[in-house]
Design a protein around this ligand. Structure first.
Ligand code: HEC
Length: 83
């Protein structure tokens, strides 16, 4: 696995996965592109802002306190891909 992917997996595993792996509290589920379609339609910048500020049941920063905007973008792309 490439170094980048490994870092991504780590960030994902300790933060986003807590809710997005199972789709807890209405979170769009990882690996299910249909659940991400309407989200992606808002544009990547909007989605990154949603994570940074929090959205309803999602806490600000999505529990990843050392994630950069680039990290969030990569994480969103990772979660929206088919499993
Ligand atoms: C504590 C649970 C939780 C964690 C941790 C979490 N999320 Fe979420 N996320 C949610 C929920 C719930 C929603 C749906 C919010 C809504 O639309 O009401 C959501 C929605 C989103 C959306 C869609 C935002 C939009 O504008 O529609 C994105 C993108 C997202 N999460 C990315 C992430 C990323 C990236 C991480 C990890 C850094 C993360 N989330 C961590 C619960 C979580």
């Amino acid at each position: 696995m490439a170094q980048e992917d490994k870092k991504l997996q780590e960030l994902y595993g300790k933060s986003c996965a807590v809710c997005h792996a199972a789709g807890a509290a209405g979170a769009p589920k990882t690996g299910v592109p249909a659940e991400w379609e309407s989200r992606l339609a808002k544009g990547m910048d909007t989605l990154v802002t949603s994570v940074q500020n929090g959205l309803n049941a999602m806490p600000p920063k999505g529990m990843c306190f050392d994630c950069s905007a680039e990290d969030y973008k990569a994480l969103i792309e990772y979660m929206a891909k088919p499993e």
